[in-house]
Unconditional design. Structure first.
Length: 215
């Protein structure tokens, strides 16, 4: 399904106005399909649609859809970090989540942990992380100390270690591709990072993971 087709958007609106159990089931299945297929535009359309049609609680059957959409967003937040470590691009960006929060009253604003997790796939260093979070480097450092009891640099290093380890252990991606995805200029920088922070070469990490799977 994709809400990029105008006819489909029109169909969903007609279904939403129809107060029948089968209509609710169809909308719920559509929400699940958009989420499963990472159709961000379709998912955002459902959020806007249900909020607009049911703005005055005249269509209470849409509350079920609202609850389901909120539940799927909570699932996204829970699974986002593990998907990033596996190299899976996030379905929603920061701007997308901010838009969703306008239409789903169940959702609170992003916490600091959620904000930096959303920024992580797009940054390579502390300066870029601060810019993405719209704060100074000093403010970012203070927030990390207050809420995570660590430094931005140490946190970024730990996230990169987890990402590199996951891609080496769980995929067959070439080292050049892993280096690109993880923000290293060349595979040799990736090799140096692994030796320094993971105490093994990329080849050794892959061999250890392969042996663990065969045990």
């Amino acid at each position: 399904l994709s809400c990029r087709v105008k006819e489909e958007a029109g169909l969903l609106i007609l279904v939403a106005y129809h107060r029948h159990g089968s209509s609710s089931d169809f909308l719920l299945e559509t929400a699940e399909a958009y989420f499963r297929e990472k159709d961000c535009r379709g998912f955002l359309f459902l959020c806007r649609m249900q909020a607009s049609i049911n703005a005055y609680d005249e269509y209470p059957h849409l509350n079920v859809l609202c609850n389901r959409l909120a539940g799927l967003l909570f699932r996204f937040r829970r699974e986002r970090a593990s998907e990033y470590r596996k190299g899976i691009p996030p379905m929603f960006g920061k701007a997308d989540l901010q838009e969703v929060e306008k239409y789903l009253p169940h959702l609170r604003g992003c916490s600091f942990r959620e904000e930096i997790a959303l920024a992580l796939p797009k940054v390579k260093n502390v300066e870029e992380l601060a810019r993405e979070c719209a704060m100074s480097v000093n403010t970012l450092g203070r927030r990390f100390k207050e809420e995570l009891n660590t430094t931005p640099h140490r946190w970024l290093t730990e996230q990169r270690k987890a990402h590199v380890t996951s891609l080496l252990a769980d995929t067959d991606m070439p080292l050049q591709e892993i280096a690109d995805v993880c923000g290293f200029a060349t595979p040799s920088y990736l090799w140096d990072f692994c030796k320094k922070h993971l105490k093994a070469t990329p080849a050794e990490i892959r061999e250890i993971a392969r042996c663990a799977r065969t045990v």
